[in-house]
Design a protein around this ligand. Structure first.
Ligand SMILES: O=C(O)CCC(=O)C(=O)O
Ligand SMILES: [Fe+2]
Length: 309
């Protein structure tokens, strides 16, 4: 039992294929020393001030730090990393029109933390999603080396094919995702896994960036963690992932709680961040709406208002 380790120049289809076959894989040495140094500097002040968990699942000796799209500019290119996004799209594509960002969180397992209970991340939605549907694609970027003694993530390869009610008989059934700093562990929402025990004398830091089907509720509420006043200045590729775009036809309408006279109330959410809906490919929602020459003005007004609100 082992996890496949892919080279940094691997194809997205190799990652998606490994997840379908084993439930998880490692892509080694993806981040450069310079990228890692910038991430460390950007994240450190936030991690420093974060609290340890209040229960055994989040970890009483584990610090979790979220809202990373809003807080840390250096995390944004990882969220839209082309290789990861292509793999996530391929893996989740059979079940949705578009994928979205589910969670951004550093997981800083401190010395003394015991192993997390082994689990499937899809349990975030309860047991309501039928087994054949795979709802989630996960990454944990190693910001320190991940070793057997510092808490490298445990994974049970193949457990994504088990019946959902089957649990491991013992933690010995799992293996650890040992990897170097700058590597990334990719795994699905159904494979059984969990954080490891940290028996070393230094922290194990992972950057957990996860994606889910565009029609599901996100683990981290991206509209609250990255509100319009911040989202309006971000790249559209990123704001689409946050959810400031339609998830499907008729999924994600925006109507301002006041009223912007002249704008219909079945607006795509881009309007909340001041972007013209007719610049959004495929959007026909405002056909029959205001004349084009008034649109910029109205959209800007709607965006400015959501900015304040
Ligand atoms: O930190 C890890 O290695 C895994 C954490 C995890 O699986 C979780 O919190 O859901
Ligand atoms: Fe998990």
């Amino acid at each position: 039992m082992s996890l496949q380790t892919l080279a940094p120049d691997c194809k997205a289809s190799e990652i998606a294929g490994a997840l379908q076959r084993d439930g998880a894989c490692i892509v080694r040495d993806v981040l450069s020393a310079a990228e890692l140094a910038r991430l460390d500097a950007d994240l450190a002040p936030w991690i420093e001030r974060s609290q340890t968990g209040a229960d055994d699942f989040t970890g009483r000796h584990t610090k979790r730090t979220g809202a990373l799209v809003a807080r840390c500019a250096e995390v944004r290119p990882l969220v839209t990393h082309p290789l990861v996004l292509a793999a996530a799209n391929e893996f989740l594509g059979p079940w949705c029109e578009r994928i979205q960002l589910h969670l951004t969180q550093t997981i800083d397992i401190l010395p003394g933390q015991t192993a997390q209970i082994l689990h499937r991340d899809r349990l975030a939605w309860g047991g309501y999603i039928p087994k054949p549907i795979e709802p989630q694609f996960n990454t944990i970027w190693a910001l320190t080396d991940f070793t057997e003694s510092n808490g490298a993530t445990h994974v049970i390869p193949g457990s994504h094919d088990w019946p959902l009610e089957r649990n491991p008989k013992s933690p010995d059934e799992s293996i650890q995702a040992v990897m170097s700093r700058g590597s990334v562990l990719c795994y699905g929402g159904t494979v059984i896994h969990g954080g490891g025990a940290n028996r070393s004398d230094a922290a194990r830091i992972g950057l957990n960036v996860t994606y889910c089907l565009g029609w599901l509720r996100q683990e981290e509420n991206q509209f609250l963690s990255c509100p319009p006043r911040i989202a309006k200045d971000l790249d559209p590729a990123l704001t689409d992932l946050l959810g400031y775009t339609m998830g499907n036809y008729a999924l994600g309408y925006y109507s301002h709680p006041d009223m912007v006279d002249g704008l219909p109330d079945t607006l795509p959410p881009e309007v909340a961040i001041g972007r013209r809906p007719d610049q959004i490919p495929g959007n026909t929602l405002i056909s029959g709406g205001p004349p084009a020459d008034r649109l910029d003005e109205l959209v800007a007004e709607a965006g400015t208002r959501s900015d304040r609100g």
